[in-house]
Design a protein around this ligand. Structure first.
Ligand code: SF4
Ligand code: SF4
Length: 340
C-alpha cells in the first residue's frame, strides 16, 4: 500500500498539485455515482488556527461531485463542553471557520443521540458509530496531523476513532486510561473539583476521590492540582482503544469505500480541539494520500522526529499505528512513499 506524498513547497501551486496527488493515489476511486460521501474532517475549535484550510476541503468536495458522488462534510459532537458540543454550536463553528460551500452535517445529531452500537476487535468489545457515518456509502477521511496529549499524535486513525463516534463512544475510548489520585499528596484544596467541567472529584474528609463513570480522563484536573497528586495510568490503552474503535468504524463500510488524506502542516503539540494549540514544533511537511489509515499515519510519523511528541505525551506515537495493523486494519507500518 503505497502512500503518495506532496511536499509543502510554496514555490509550487499546492492547490492544483493536491489534485495531481489525489489522481496519483486514486483517492476518489472509492466513489460510485450516487454515493452519499462523508468528508470526515475536524472544523477546528473556535479560535484554533491549525485545522485543514477550507479551500482544500471544498476542492475535495468538488472532486467527489465530479465523480457523481454527493459529498457532505461531517464530524461528531465533542464530549467536552465547548463550541462543538451540540449540533447547533458545531454548525455555527463550522460556518465561522469557513466551511460554507458544502453541506455540513453533524454525524451524531443534535445532542449526540444518533448512533449505532457495533462489535469491534481489539481492546474494546463494542463501539458506538455516529449515525451519518454508519449510513454513508463512502468516506474521504481528511485529517490534520498534530500532537496530542493523550495519544502522542492525531492523524487518520484518531480522526476515524474519536471523530466518527458520538459522546458515548468518545467516553468509552477515553476511559481505557486510568486516573489515580494519590491521597498521601492530596491536601483537599478542591481545585480539581472547581476546574472540572462536571465537578466530578468528591472531597471527603480533606481528600479528593474520583469514582465517577462520567470522568472522561481529560487533562484539566491534573493540570490544576498544586500537589501533583493526580496522574494517568495505562496511557497506552487509549492508543489501543483508538485502533479498536477505528476497526469498528471501518467495518460499517464495504471494502475499498474509504480513502485518506493527511495534511501535515501547522504541526503543534496541541490538537485542533484547543483554541490555543501552542507554537508549531515541526516545519510544514506536506500532504499524504493513501487507501490505508495505518500506512498514511506511519508515513507521517516516519517523515519526522516524532520522539518530541512521545516525550511530551509520555506515549509512543507508534502504538496506535502498530495496534491498528495488529488487529487487522490493512496497511504497512513502514510504507513505501512516492513523492510527487
Ligand atoms: S479527568 Fe478530571 S477534570 Fe477531566 S472529567 Fe475527569 S475529573 Fe473532571
Ligand atoms: S487539586 Fe489536588 S490537592 Fe487539591 S483536592 Fe484535588 S487532588 Fe487534592
Amino acid at each position: 500500500m503505497t502512500v503518495h506524498f506532496l511536499p509543502w513547497d510554496k514555490s509550487r501551486n499546492l492547490f492544483e498539485e493536491a489534485n495531481h496527488l489525489y489522481e496519483e493515489a486514486a483517492t476518489f476511486d472509492c466513489i460510485d455515482a450516487g454515493d452519499l460521501v462523508a468528508v470526515k474532517l475536524h472544523v477546528g475549535e473556535l479560535g484554533n488556527p491549525n485545522y485543514v484550510q477550507p479551500c482544500f476541503v471544498h476542492e475535495i468536495a468538488r472532486q467527489i461531485k465530479a465523480r457523481g458522488g454527493k459529498p457532505f462534510l461531517t464530524d461528531s459532537n465533542t464530549y467536552y463542553l465547548a463550541q462543538r458540543h451540540n449540533a447547533v454550536d458545531h454548525m455555527q463553528t463550522a460556518l465561522i471557520n469557513g466551511f460554507n460551500l458544502a453541506p455540513f452535517i453533524v454525524a451524531d445529531g443534535l445532542k449526540s443521540e444518533n448512533f449505532t452500537l457495533i462489535k469491534t476487535k481489539g481492546i474494546l468489545n463494542e463501539i458506538e458509530v455516529s449515525g451519518a457515518i454508519a449510513q454513508a456509502d463512502a468516506m474521504i477521511v481528511v485529517s490534520h496531523c498534530k500532537g496530542h496529549e493523550l495519544s502522542g499524535f492525531g492523524g487518520a486513525i484518531k480522526n476515524l476513532a474519536m471523530g466518527c463516534t458520538p459522546r458515548a463512544g468518545k467516553l468509552r475510548q477515553h476511559r481505557a486510561i486510568g486516573l489515580e489520585i494519590d491521597t498521601s499528596k492530596c491536601v483537599g484544596c478542591g481545585k480539581c473539583k472547581e476546574a472540572c467541567a462536571f465537578h466530578i472529584p468528591d472531597i471527603i474528609e480533606g481528600k479528593a476521590y474520583n469514582v465517577s463513570k462520567e470522568c472522561m480522563r481529560c487533562p484539566v484536573c491534573i493540570a490544576v492540582c498544586p500537589m501533583k497528586a493526580i496522574r494517568y495510568t495505562g496511557k497506552d490503552n487509549l492508543s489501543k482503544a483508538l485502533a479498536s474503535a477505528a476497526y469498528g468504524i471501518l467495518s460499517t463500510f464495504k471494502p475499498q469505500k474509504v480513502s485518506y488524506i493527511n495534511f501535515a502542516k501547522d504541526i503543534a503539540e496541541g490538537c485542533d480541539c484547543l483554541p490555543n494549540p501552542g507554537p508549531d514544533v515541526f516545519k510544514d511537511i506536506g500532504i499524504f494520500a493513501s487507501d490505508s489509515p495505518v500506512s498514511i499515519d506511519a508515513a507521517f510519523l516516519n517523515s519526522m522526529d516524532y520522539k518530541t511528541f512521545n516525550e511530551t505525551s509520555e506515549v509512543d506515537c507508534m502504538v496506535q499505528v502498530q495496534e491498528a495493523a495488529a488487529i487487522g486494519i490493512a496497511g504497512n507500518v513502514k510504507p513505501k512513499i512516492k513523492t510527487l
